[in-house]
Structures are given as C-alpha cells and as structure tokens.
Design a protein around this ligand. Structure first.
Ligand code: HEM
Length: 394
C-alpha cells in the first residue's frame, strides 16, 4: 500500500510516535526533507543524510547550545561534552578519548563476554522455570551494558538496578511526566555528588572514566565540581539505555526472523555486519537537536538564527539516495554508512564500546540460548521495555 501523505504534521521522535515513525520518514524523504514541528517549543527537522552530515560538519552554523537533548534530560544545565561548542568541546572530549580507543576497549572483552554468558544463563534458568518464556530485555539487554559500563566508568556495579530505574524515569518519562524526570535527575546528581566527594576524599589508584574526569585538566585547571558532575551525568545517560536498546532491538528482530537467527548462530563472523544493520534501521538515537547561530537554508528552506533544528538520524539512515532498499533489514549489507552514532565533532565517543557490547552480547546470547521466538508480535521495536521470548524445546 502506498503512503498517501505528502507532509508530516508536528513530527515527534519520542514515545508512542516511534510506533509509526518509519512512515513519517518515507514521507519526509519522498517529499518533505525539511519541515517544521510545533512540538517542544518548535523546531525544524532535517531528514536527508547529506544534509545531516553537512550540519554535523558545521558547528559554526549549528550549535549544540543550549542542549542537544530535546526535551532536556532531567537537568537544565548543559551536559559535558555533548552540549558544549568548540573550542572548549575538544578539550573536554579529549579527557576521555584515550579510554575509548579500540585497543583500550578490546581489553574489556573478556569481562564483557563473561558478563554476557552469565546473563544468558540467568535468562535460560528463568525461562526453564517459566515454561520456556522469559524477559530478554530485563534479564539480558538491560543489565549487560549497565554492568559493563559501570565497571569502565567506576560507578558501583552492584547498583545497576537503581541505575536502570533512573534511566527509565529520566529518559523515558521526560515527555509524559517531566516532573518525574526532573526528580530522578536530581536524585542521580545527588548520587554522583556523594560518589565524587567520596572518591576525592579517599584518593586511590584508579583507571576508569571517573578518575579521568576528576584528575585531568582543561586549560591548565581541574574541572570544577559542577563540571565533573555534568560529565558523570552525561556519560550515564549516553552509555546505558542506548546500548540496551540496541541489544533488545537486535533480539526483537531475530526472534521474528528465524532464518537470520540461524545464519548468525552458524556464522558468528557475520554478527558485526548484522549489528551495523540493526543500528542503521532500529537506531537507538533517532534524532538530536541543534540551534542555528545564523540565518541559513537547507533544501531551499530558510532557517532563521535562533531556530531549533533537529537532525533526524533515523530518517537519514533510511535515505534511498544512500541505501538500496532502505527499509529492508539486510543483515549482510555492505558499506553501511549510517548515522546511528552521529557524525562530525560530537560523533559518539562510546561507539567502539557500544559496538563491542552489541557484538559480544549477541554472540553470547546466540551461543547460550537455543532458537527463540517472540511470544507476541506486538512488542514495540523501540525502547528498553520488556521483550518476552520463548525458547525452543530442548
Ligand atoms: C548503541 C549505542 C549508542 C548509540 C546509538 C549512541 C549514539 C550517540 C549519538 C547519536 C550521539 C550524538 C552524536 C552527534 O550529534 O553527532 C552520541 C554522543 C555521545 N555518546 Fe553515544 N551512543 C551509544 C553508546 C554510547 C556509549 C556506550 C557511550 C559511553 C559510555 C557513549 C558516549 C557518548 C558521548 C560521551 C557522546 C558525546 C560526544 C561529544 O559530544 O563529543 N555513547 N552518541
């Protein structure tokens, strides 16, 4: 059936709007690549891959101030480094860059694999005790990145359940219940405040993200306490639900596509390419905001200085000018130049970590869990909500 619409009214990229967002993208990419939405104070969206790339490369026109997050994520202060423009941005980003190199991330692999294996075993035990059915989101997709990231960051790993509750409130309730999101944001800030002070009082020899944030200098000075808090907070929001969403969405797809599941089970070397395709088509970050610093135009549409502009990575990832059969999930797709991690100077700092977690997560799940199917086909593709899977008879 062809889509009859030619415009997208009040485009949204959060919550229930995600259920039908791919239809919106078809319309945008076909006939309305730049348009206006009155939501969240009003913004202009940009859907084409080349326009998103160009805006990402041009921070002098498209600033990340006051925030890339729209609406804000439980705090109204700019988050470091994501809401900071050059020149300060580079220095803030460079503090953590060495910890995210492929070589450094490779060192985490054994621990990551062991965590994946143990969680897959927990999933299997829960399924066996419950007629072959268990929640792969709660038992696998969510705890895996939370535990792995906490270890790297230096956040107490045993608090992972508490972390996931905060993520739910801050990220997933921010449009429907902004006051709940704000309260959770305040609680998380207070938690980090206590953690940072304790670390600074006690001292010690650490090699984690928190240590870098505490001890590295920008412009010859240490970060202020408020800057350290902001950095710790942003890392938490950037590193947890995104990767959990990616793992859950991959399992969601594989549960409904037994041939693809079997192909990856038999050929784990194909998992990295499949992960790129899941990131492209089921992107955990569908869009991020900017603010125009001067009058400009995209696709002949005028954008005025001061306007909020939303770069819709999820639409760019389905642009037919870049991808053949863009709406098809082809797990063996080559040359996958997607925008799931953004582009330009703010390109995801954690992409090497995220990729490794996604690949190892899928490897361990497929290795330890026999053929699985979705118990219901109504689970949404997006978010980190439950994903009930049924395992085949052993
Ligand atoms: C599948 C998982 C992930 C996805 C899809 C993702 C996606 C993104 C996107 C779209 C951006 C904004 C890029 C831009 O506007 O150009 C971003 C920025 C960022 N991400 Fe990720 N991310 C993921 C995982 C992670 C992880 C695991 C971490 C770290 C622990 C992380 C840390 C960051 C940071 C620090 C930034 C800000 C970089 C800057 O401003 O220079 N992300 N991410």
């Amino acid at each position: 059936m062809t889509n009859k619409r030619t415009t997208v009214e009040d485009f949204d990229f959060h919550g229930k709007a995600l259920d039908t967002i791919f239809d919106d993208y078809d319309v945008m990419l076909e006939s309305a690549p730049v348009g206006h939405s009155s939501l969240y104070g009003g913004f202009t969206y940009v859907a084409k891959s080349e326009d998103i790339f160009a805006a990402e490369q041009d921070p002098e026109t498209f600033s990340v101030a006051p925030s890339m997050m729209m609406p804000s994520m439980g705090t109204d202060t700019p988050l470091i480094p994501i809401d900071i423009d050059p020149p300060s941005h580079t220095q803030f980003r460079n503090i953590l860059l060495p910890l995210f190199t492929p070589m450094n991330i490779a060192k985490l692999e054994p621990g990551m694999r062991e965590t994946g294996r143990l969680l897959a075993e927990d999933f299997m035990n829960a399924a066996k005790a419950n007629g072959g059915v268990a929640d792969a989101s709660k038992l696998f997709a969510r705890p895996m990145p939370t535990i792995v990231f906490s270890r790297l960051a230096g956040y107490p790993e045993e608090d992972w359940k508490l972390f996931d509750d905060w993520v739910d409130d801050i990220i997933y309730r921010r449009t429907a219940e902004p006051e709940v999101s704000k309260a959770a944001g305040d609680a998380l800030m207070a938690y980090f405040d206590r953690m940072l002070k304790k670390r600074e009082e006690e001292g010690g020899d650490y090699d984690d993200l928190l240590d870098k944030v505490i001890n590295f200098k920008v412009d010859g000075r240490f970060l202020t306490h408020a800057e350290k808090l902001s950095y710790a907070y942003l890392l938490f929001l950037a590193g947890l639900d995104t990767t959990a969403w990616g793992i859950r969405a991959s399992l969601w797809y594989l549960a409904q596509n037994p041939d693809a599941q079997q192909l990856l089970r038999d050929n784990p070397d194909k998992i990295p390419a499949a992960v790129e395709e899941f990131l492209r088509t089921l992107s955990p970050v569908q869009a991020m905001a900017r603010t125009a610093l001067k009058d400009t135009e995209i696709q002949g549409q005028e954008i005025k200085a001061g306007e909020r502009v939303v770069l819709v990575f999820g639409a760019g990832n389905r642009d037919p000018e870049i991808f053949e059969n863009p709406n098809e999930i082809d797990i063996e797709r080559e040359d996958n130049r997607h925008l799931a991690f953004g582009a330009g100077i703010h390109r995801c700092l954690g992409s090497n970590l995220a990729r490794k977690e996604l690949v190892i997560g899928l490897e361990e799940f497929l290795k330890n869990v026999p053929t699985f199917t979705a118990t219901t086909f109504s689970e949404p593709w997006h978010g980190v909500g439950s994903l009930s899977l049924s395992i085949g008879k052993e």
